[in-house]
Design a protein around this ligand. Structure first.
Ligand code: LLP
Length: 440
C-alpha cells in the first residue's frame, strides 16, 4: 500500500507530479509520501490492536528525517533509537524520550548519561559489560536506569546475510542459555530497574513463522523472568519485510513488467501486516505483558523514492550502460545487500520497447550500480527515473564519498510538497575542515 502511481503517463506521489518536483529541486533527490507513512503506521497498529497494551517504536535508523519523526510522533509512535544523536533528533522532532528504547551493542557513557537524564523508557542491553556501564553511569547521575536485555533466540530468518541478526553467530544480544543469569546479575545492580526483554531476528523478513518461533522459544524464559523480576514489556523487534520487486504492481504500471535479474530469485510475496499480526498475536498474548514493536522498513520503505536523471549512455561489446546522476553514495543498498529497487520513468515513454541495461552512477567504483542486466524501457539523456522503495535505509546511509553533497529530501502531503532538507552545497562539504597553519 503506497501512494505512487501513474496518472496519464506521469508518475505521481499522492497529488504531486514527480517530474515537477525534479524540475524544482533538481536531481538526485529523495521524495517521501506522508500519506503512505501514516497509512503504514495505522494499518500495522490496527492489525495489532487485539493485543491491547502495545507500543510501536519506529526504528528511526531506517529514516531519521525530522519531519517524518514529527509526523510519526503525532500518530502516537514511540521510537527505537541506536545513538545519542538519534534521541536528540527525536526530541527536536517533538517525540518523547519516555517512549524511546535505546538499542545497540556500543552505547558510550556519554550517550547513556544523556538518555538517562532525558528519561528514556528502556535501555536494550546487549552485553554484561554494558549492564555494568549503565549501572555506573546511573549511580553517578543518582538515577535509576530502566533496562531490558536483548536475548538472541537463535532462530533462522530467511534474509540477506548482512541483515540477519537472530543467530548465535551474530554480534547481537545475549544467548538464551546465558539470559537468566544475566538478569540475575542485573537484579543485583542497585541502579538498574528491570523493565523488559527484547529480541530481534533480522530485517526484510517476508515470512511470519520465524517471528512466532522466536516468541515461542523465549516464552518460558519470559514467564520465569516476569514472576521473578516483574517484567513489564516484551519487544519483538522489527524486521517485517516489504515488496521491492514489482513495487508499483498495479494500475497503469502494468504496461511493462520488470524482469528478474539473472540468478536472483523472485522475491516472495509481501508480508501483510495482518498476516504478521495473525501469526504473532496469540503467542504474544500468552505473555501477558505490554508488547513493543520496532518496525523501520515497513513504515517508510515503500513511502520513498530516489529521483535521478539520465546523464549518458555508453556501450561496451558486452553491456549497455545507462549512467545516472545518483550514485551508490546516495543509495547503497544495491551495492551492499544486492538490494533490488524497481526503476520507473517519471514520464512513461510512448514506445514500450524494453532493453537490457546496467544502470550505474558516477562514483568511481564498480559496485556503483542500481541495476544489472535489467530490462527496462529505453532511456535517453535527460530522462528522469524513480528508484522505488527507497524510503528506508536510503538517505540515512548516504555519504559524501567522491565529494558528492548529500541530497535534498522532499515530503509530499496531498497536493503539497515541501523541501524538508536542503541539498548540501560544496561549502558544506568543507565545513569543519582546516589546513594546518592556515586560517579556517
Ligand atoms: N530493531 C532492531 C534491534 C534492529 O536492529 C532493527 C534493524 C530494527 C528494529 C528495524 O528493522 P526493520 O523493521 O527496518 O527491518 N540497512 C539494512 C537494514 C539494517 C537493519 C538493521 N536493524 C537494509 O538496507 O536492508
Amino acid at each position: 500500500m503506497h501512494s505512487f502511481r501513474y496518472v496519464d503517463g506521469s508518475l505521481k506521489c499522492e497529488g504531486v507530479d514527480l517530474e515537477s518536483v525534479a524540475s524544482e529541486v533538481g536531481t538526485p533527490a529523495y521524495v517521501y509520501s506522508a500519506e503512505t507513512i501514516r497509512g503504514n503506521y495505522r494499518r500495522l497498529d490496527q492489525a495489532l490492536a487485539p493485543l491491547g497494551d502495545r507500543m510501536i517504536c519506529y526504528a528511526m535508523k531506517a529514516n531519521g528525517n525530522l519531519s517524518l519523526l514529527n509526523l510519526l510522533a503525532k500518530e502516537g509512535a514511540g521510537f527505537d533509537i541506536v545513538s545519542g544523536g538519534e534521541l536528540f533528533k527525536v526530541i527536536k522532532a517533538g517525540g518523547r524520550a519516555d517512549r524511546c528504547t535505546f538499542a545497540g551493542v556500543g552505547k558510550t557513557a556519554t550517550e547513556i548519561d544523556y538518555a538517562l537524564r532525558q528519561g528514556i523508557y528502556s535501555f536494550n542491553v546487549e552485553s554484561e559489560e554494558e549492564l555494568e556501564m549503565i549501572n555506573a553511569v546511573a549511580a553517578k547521575a543518582g538515577l535509576i536506569a530502566p533496562i531490558a536485555i536483548r536475548v538472541n533466540p537463535d532462530v533462522d530468518a530467511p534474509t540477506h546475510k548482512y541483515i540477519s541478526t537472530g543467530k548465535s553467530k551474530n554480534k547481537f544480544g545475549i544467548g538464551l542459555d546465558r539470559a537468566a543469569a544475566v538478569y540475575e546479575r542485573a537484579a543485583a545492580l542497585p541502579y538498574l530497574k528491570i523493565r523488559g526483554l527484547q529480541t530481534h531476528i533480522g530485517s526484510q523478513i517476508l515470512k511470519a513463522p520465524p517471528f512466532a518461533e522466536a516468541i515461542r522459544k523465549l516464552t518460558p524464559l519470559v514467564l520465569e523472568l516476569k514472576a521473578k523480576h516483574g517484567l513489564e514489556f516484551f519487544s519483538i523487534g522489527g524486521g517485517v519485510g516489504i515488496v521491492y520487486r514489482g513495487a508499483l504492481q498495479s494500475g497503469d504500471a502494468a504496461w511493462w513488467k520488470g524482469s528478474a535479474e539473472n540468478g536472483v530469485e523472485e522475491e516472495a510475496e509481501r508480508l501483510a501486516p495482518e498476516t504478521y499480526a495473525a501469526e504473532v498475536i496469540e503467542p504474544l498474548k500468552a505473555l501477558g505483558l505490554r508488547i513493543l514493536f520496532e518496525p523501520g522498513r515497513f513504515i517508510v520503505g515503500n513511502a520513498g523514492v530516489l529521483l535521478t536523471s539520465v546523464l549518458y549512455r555508453k556501450s561496451t561489446p558486452t553491456k549497455n550502460f545507462v549512467i545516472v546522476d545518483a550514485g551508490m553514495n546516495d543509495l547503497i543498498r544495491p551495492a551492499l545487500y544486492e538490494g533490488h529497487h524497481e526503476i520507473e520513468p517519471l514520464r512513461q515513454p510512448k514506445d514500450a520497447t524494453l532493453e537490457k541495461v546496467d544502470v550505474v552512477g558516477p562514483v568511481c567504483e564498480s559496485g556503483d550500480f542500481f541495476a544489472q542486466d535489467r530490462e527496462i524501457p529505453v532511456l535517453t539523456p535527460g530522462d528522469r527515473i524513480a528508484l522505488m522503495s527507497s524510503g528506508a535505509y536510503g538517505f540515512v546511509m548516504a555519504s559524501t564519498y567522491n565529494a558528492r553533497p548529500l541530497l535534498p529530501e522532499v515530503l509530499v502531503d496531498g497536493e503539497k510538497s515541501t523541501v524538508v532538507r536542503e541539498r548540501q552545497t560544496w561549502d558544506d562539504l568543507i565545513s569543519g575542515e582546516k589546513v594546518p597553519g592556515e586560517p579556517a
